[in-house]
Write a protein that binds this ligand. Sequence first.
Ligand code: C5P
Length: 239
Amino acid sequence: MKQPKDYIVFPLDLPTYDQAMSYVDRLNNQVGLFKVGLELFISQGPRILKSIRDTAGAGIFLDLKLHDIPATVKRAFMAASKYRPRFVTIHCDEGEELLRSVAEDNPGDTKILAVTVLTSLDQKKLKALGYDDKFTDDLSALVLLKARMAKAAGCHGVVCSGLEVAIIKRELGPEFLAVTPGIRPVWSVVNQDDQKRIVTPADAVKNGADYVVIGRPIRDAKDPADAAMRVAEEIESAL
Ligand code: C5P
């Protein structure tokens, strides 16, 4: 059965192998997944995935946010799935055909998470990119459009903000996974960092999030394992 800690995705946003592995050692029993992003994967390569697997019971979330022509994304996904991560991320923006072609030929158990709208994009930037007013004026409509497309293509879920998770679950059903970054426990909000549209772990899970990505509040705490435990307690209270 899924435990409260299993909801927590800890991003290994760290520059070196030793730093990353020290967090894997400290948080191994406190989180459900370790997220390996571009910085760590590019600097350390696949060996980091092997080391995490050899050390941790927690799963691996390979956050490559793939975006290219379909043949290239498909080959990159195939290469990534050989390391058996639980999740790999692919951008929605090349369209439904690409997502479908990867989903149809997915060779293993790795689940595809589609990236809908990056939280760094706002109304002004989307307008500059040529998006229609009906989407720039209502970001959640754009997120939902892309999430619907991802589901139709056979993806397992999406990455979305905690503010959109409720509408995604309502419209696309409980089985379609929602992974939410931008999570801040109330006790961690001393100084505002670059996450603006924040949601607490309890609210994200109440809204239906299947996983919450929490980095800096755990990474920068005096005792990261204790911080992760407090997040798990908060999630438990919301379940
Ligand atoms: O909790 P914190 O803000 O430190 O988490 C940062 C992490 O969340 C980074 O790994 C970043 O890639 C991820 N993130 C994401 N999607 C977003 C925003 C942040 O995966 N839309």
